[in-house]
Design a protein around this ligand. Structure first.
Ligand SMILES: Cc1cc2nc3c(=O)[nH]c(=O)nc-3n(C[C@H](O)[C@H](O)[C@H](O)COP(=O)(O)O)c2cc1C
Length: 215
Protein backbone atom coordinates (compact mmCIF):
# COMPACT_ATOMS: atom_id res chain seq x y z
CA UNK A 1 0.00 0.00 0.00
CA UNK A 2 1.18 3.52 -0.75
CA UNK A 3 -0.10 7.00 -0.02
CA UNK A 4 -0.35 8.74 -3.42
CA UNK A 5 -0.06 12.39 -4.43
CA UNK A 6 -0.93 13.87 -7.82
CA UNK A 7 1.90 16.35 -8.30
CA UNK A 8 0.18 17.87 -11.32
CA UNK A 9 -2.58 19.25 -9.11
CA UNK A 10 -1.00 19.39 -5.63
CA UNK A 11 -0.04 22.85 -4.30
CA UNK A 12 3.59 23.57 -5.15
CA UNK A 13 4.61 24.25 -1.53
CA UNK A 14 3.19 20.91 -0.45
CA UNK A 15 4.94 19.07 -3.31
CA UNK A 16 8.20 20.78 -2.30
CA UNK A 17 7.77 19.70 1.32
CA UNK A 18 7.13 16.08 0.34
CA UNK A 19 9.92 15.81 -2.22
CA UNK A 20 12.69 17.45 -0.18
CA UNK A 21 11.79 15.08 2.65
CA UNK A 22 12.37 12.10 0.37
CA UNK A 23 15.20 13.04 -1.98
CA UNK A 24 17.87 13.05 0.70
CA UNK A 25 20.64 13.65 1.48
CA UNK A 26 21.39 16.42 -1.00
CA UNK A 27 24.91 17.81 -1.35
CA UNK A 28 25.29 21.50 -0.63
CA UNK A 29 26.97 24.02 -2.91
CA UNK A 30 27.95 27.23 -1.14
CA UNK A 31 28.08 29.33 -4.30
CA UNK A 32 30.22 32.45 -4.54
CA UNK A 33 29.53 35.01 -7.26
CA UNK A 34 30.50 38.64 -7.78
CA UNK A 35 28.37 41.62 -8.78
CA UNK A 36 29.30 44.55 -11.03
CA UNK A 37 30.49 46.56 -8.00
CA UNK A 38 32.88 43.78 -7.00
CA UNK A 39 30.78 42.68 -3.99
CA UNK A 40 31.13 38.97 -3.34
CA UNK A 41 27.91 37.04 -2.72
CA UNK A 42 27.68 33.60 -1.09
CA UNK A 43 24.54 31.45 -0.91
CA UNK A 44 23.88 27.75 -0.27
CA UNK A 45 22.03 25.57 -2.79
CA UNK A 46 21.00 21.97 -2.21
CA UNK A 47 19.30 21.64 -5.57
CA UNK A 48 22.82 20.87 -6.72
CA UNK A 49 24.79 18.00 -8.12
CA UNK A 50 27.61 16.81 -10.37
CA UNK A 51 25.95 15.67 -13.59
CA UNK A 52 28.82 14.51 -15.73
CA UNK A 53 32.56 14.39 -16.12
CA UNK A 54 33.27 14.89 -19.85
CA UNK A 55 33.19 17.84 -19.57
CA UNK A 56 32.82 18.10 -15.79
CA UNK A 57 29.37 19.58 -15.42
CA UNK A 58 27.40 20.76 -12.40
CA UNK A 59 23.78 21.89 -12.03
CA UNK A 60 22.11 24.32 -9.65
CA UNK A 61 18.35 24.76 -9.22
CA UNK A 62 17.76 28.40 -8.34
CA UNK A 63 14.23 29.38 -7.36
CA UNK A 64 12.60 32.67 -8.33
CA UNK A 65 12.31 35.40 -5.72
CA UNK A 66 9.56 37.83 -6.67
CA UNK A 67 10.86 40.43 -4.22
CA UNK A 68 14.09 40.85 -6.24
CA UNK A 69 14.63 42.71 -9.52
CA UNK A 70 13.70 40.41 -12.44
CA UNK A 71 12.72 37.84 -9.79
CA UNK A 72 16.34 36.72 -9.60
CA UNK A 73 18.25 35.79 -6.46
CA UNK A 74 21.64 37.54 -6.30
CA UNK A 75 23.41 34.31 -7.29
CA UNK A 76 21.31 33.99 -10.47
CA UNK A 77 21.65 37.70 -11.28
CA UNK A 78 25.44 37.67 -10.90
CA UNK A 79 25.86 34.51 -13.01
CA UNK A 80 23.70 36.12 -15.70
CA UNK A 81 25.91 39.23 -15.60
CA UNK A 82 29.38 37.70 -15.79
CA UNK A 83 29.01 33.94 -16.32
CA UNK A 84 31.19 32.84 -13.41
CA UNK A 85 30.61 31.04 -10.12
CA UNK A 86 32.52 28.97 -7.59
CA UNK A 87 31.02 25.98 -5.80
CA UNK A 88 32.51 25.80 -2.33
CA UNK A 89 31.72 22.38 -0.90
CA UNK A 90 30.50 22.24 2.68
CA UNK A 91 31.78 20.07 5.52
CA UNK A 92 30.90 19.96 9.20
CA UNK A 93 33.28 22.74 10.38
CA UNK A 94 31.65 25.32 8.07
CA UNK A 95 28.03 24.18 8.44
CA UNK A 96 27.03 27.14 10.65
CA UNK A 97 28.74 29.67 8.37
CA UNK A 98 26.94 28.10 5.39
CA UNK A 99 23.62 28.55 7.20
CA UNK A 100 24.36 32.25 7.83
CA UNK A 101 24.97 32.61 4.08
CA UNK A 102 21.42 31.24 3.55
CA UNK A 103 19.95 34.31 5.26
CA UNK A 104 18.28 36.59 2.70
CA UNK A 105 20.51 39.63 3.19
CA UNK A 106 19.94 42.59 0.83
CA UNK A 107 22.33 42.69 -2.18
CA UNK A 108 24.56 45.40 -0.61
CA UNK A 109 25.50 43.11 2.30
CA UNK A 110 28.11 40.41 1.77
CA UNK A 111 27.17 37.09 3.36
CA UNK A 112 30.88 36.24 3.39
CA UNK A 113 31.53 39.07 5.85
CA UNK A 114 28.45 38.23 7.94
CA UNK A 115 29.60 34.59 8.20
CA UNK A 116 33.21 35.68 8.88
CA UNK A 117 34.55 33.55 6.04
CA UNK A 118 37.85 34.23 4.30
CA UNK A 119 38.15 34.66 0.54
CA UNK A 120 40.99 33.47 -1.67
CA UNK A 121 41.54 34.37 -5.32
CA UNK A 122 40.49 31.76 -7.87
CA UNK A 123 42.91 30.37 -10.45
CA UNK A 124 40.83 31.11 -13.57
CA UNK A 125 37.90 33.27 -12.48
CA UNK A 126 37.38 36.77 -11.09
CA UNK A 127 34.99 35.28 -8.52
CA UNK A 128 36.91 34.32 -5.36
CA UNK A 129 36.54 31.08 -3.43
CA UNK A 130 36.06 30.39 0.28
CA UNK A 131 39.24 29.46 2.13
CA UNK A 132 37.52 27.38 4.82
CA UNK A 133 35.73 25.15 2.30
CA UNK A 134 37.42 21.73 1.92
CA UNK A 135 37.17 21.88 -1.88
CA UNK A 136 36.21 24.52 -4.41
CA UNK A 137 35.04 24.07 -7.99
CA UNK A 138 35.60 27.02 -10.32
CA UNK A 139 32.76 27.02 -12.87
CA UNK A 140 31.94 28.84 -16.09
CA UNK A 141 28.26 29.23 -16.91
CA UNK A 142 27.22 26.87 -19.70
CA UNK A 143 23.48 27.46 -20.03
CA UNK A 144 20.34 28.08 -18.03
CA UNK A 145 16.99 26.43 -18.60
CA UNK A 146 13.98 28.13 -17.07
CA UNK A 147 11.26 25.70 -16.06
CA UNK A 148 8.36 27.40 -14.29
CA UNK A 149 9.79 29.16 -11.24
CA UNK A 150 13.15 27.40 -11.32
CA UNK A 151 16.33 28.26 -13.18
CA UNK A 152 18.42 25.17 -13.85
CA UNK A 153 21.90 26.59 -14.26
CA UNK A 154 24.55 24.37 -15.75
CA UNK A 155 28.24 25.11 -15.28
CA UNK A 156 31.43 23.55 -16.57
CA UNK A 157 34.04 23.01 -13.86
CA UNK A 158 37.29 24.53 -15.14
CA UNK A 159 39.45 24.26 -12.03
CA UNK A 160 39.41 22.29 -8.78
CA UNK A 161 41.03 23.10 -5.42
CA UNK A 162 41.19 20.53 -2.62
CA UNK A 163 42.57 21.25 0.86
CA UNK A 164 45.91 19.45 0.98
CA UNK A 165 45.12 17.48 4.14
CA UNK A 166 42.43 15.66 2.17
CA UNK A 167 44.64 14.69 -0.76
CA UNK A 168 47.13 11.83 -0.92
CA UNK A 169 49.62 12.76 -3.63
CA UNK A 170 51.29 9.34 -3.85
CA UNK A 171 48.05 7.47 -4.56
CA UNK A 172 46.29 10.49 -6.19
CA UNK A 173 43.30 9.80 -3.95
CA UNK A 174 41.03 12.13 -2.06
CA UNK A 175 40.26 11.18 1.54
CA UNK A 176 36.49 11.58 1.19
CA UNK A 177 36.05 9.68 4.46
CA UNK A 178 37.99 12.38 6.34
CA UNK A 179 36.40 15.49 4.78
CA UNK A 180 33.09 15.23 6.64
CA UNK A 181 30.89 16.71 3.91
CA UNK A 182 27.36 17.38 5.09
CA UNK A 183 24.10 16.75 3.25
CA UNK A 184 20.78 18.52 3.47
CA UNK A 185 17.86 16.51 4.83
CA UNK A 186 14.18 17.38 5.32
CA UNK A 187 12.62 20.51 6.75
CA UNK A 188 14.26 23.89 6.94
CA UNK A 189 17.11 22.98 9.24
CA UNK A 190 18.07 19.31 9.11
CA UNK A 191 21.41 18.02 7.87
CA UNK A 192 23.31 14.77 7.94
CA UNK A 193 26.97 13.88 8.35
CA UNK A 194 28.75 11.55 5.97
CA UNK A 195 30.68 9.58 8.56
CA UNK A 196 28.86 6.24 8.56
CA UNK A 197 30.25 4.52 5.48
CA UNK A 198 29.83 1.04 4.07
CA UNK A 199 31.24 -0.56 0.97
CA UNK A 200 29.63 -2.75 -1.69
CA UNK A 201 32.26 -3.75 -4.26
CA UNK A 202 31.15 -3.60 -7.92
CA UNK A 203 30.59 -7.01 -9.54
CA UNK A 204 32.22 -7.59 -12.94
CA UNK A 205 29.91 -9.70 -15.16
CA UNK A 206 32.56 -12.45 -15.41
CA UNK A 207 32.63 -12.77 -11.60
CA UNK A 208 28.80 -12.81 -11.53
CA UNK A 209 28.73 -15.65 -14.08
CA UNK A 210 31.39 -17.60 -12.21
CA UNK A 211 29.62 -17.31 -8.87
CA UNK A 212 26.25 -18.38 -10.36
CA UNK A 213 27.92 -21.39 -12.02
CA UNK A 214 29.38 -22.41 -8.64
CA UNK A 215 25.89 -22.40 -7.02
C1 LIG B 1 21.06 24.50 3.05
C2 LIG B 1 20.31 25.43 2.14
C3 LIG B 1 20.04 25.02 0.85
C4 LIG B 1 19.37 25.86 -0.03
N1 LIG B 1 19.11 25.43 -1.30
C5 LIG B 1 18.51 26.25 -2.18
C6 LIG B 1 18.31 25.83 -3.52
O1 LIG B 1 18.68 24.73 -3.93
N2 LIG B 1 17.69 26.70 -4.38
C7 LIG B 1 17.30 27.95 -3.97
O2 LIG B 1 16.77 28.71 -4.80
N3 LIG B 1 17.49 28.38 -2.70
C8 LIG B 1 18.10 27.57 -1.81
N4 LIG B 1 18.32 27.98 -0.53
C9 LIG B 1 17.94 29.35 -0.15
C10 LIG B 1 19.01 30.35 -0.63
O3 LIG B 1 20.28 30.02 -0.11
C11 LIG B 1 18.60 31.75 -0.16
O4 LIG B 1 17.43 32.13 -0.87
C12 LIG B 1 19.69 32.77 -0.35
O5 LIG B 1 19.36 33.92 0.39
C13 LIG B 1 19.86 33.20 -1.80
O6 LIG B 1 20.91 34.11 -1.80
P1 LIG B 1 21.26 35.10 -2.96
O7 LIG B 1 20.09 36.02 -3.18
O8 LIG B 1 22.44 35.82 -2.38
O9 LIG B 1 21.59 34.30 -4.18
C14 LIG B 1 18.96 27.15 0.39
C15 LIG B 1 19.22 27.57 1.72
C16 LIG B 1 19.90 26.71 2.57
C17 LIG B 1 20.20 27.17 3.98
Amino acid sequence: MTVDFDLETLQRAEAYRLLVSLVVPRPIALVTTINNDGLVNAAPFSFFNLLGSDPPIVALGIGRDELRPLGLKDTAFNILQNGEFVINLVNDPIAKAMNICGTEFPPNISEVEMAKLLLLPSAKLTVPRIAESPAQLECRHHSTIEIGRTRITLGVVVHLHVAEQFYEATTKRIHTDKIGMIGRMHGRGFYTKTTELFEIPRIPFSAWQQSSEEK
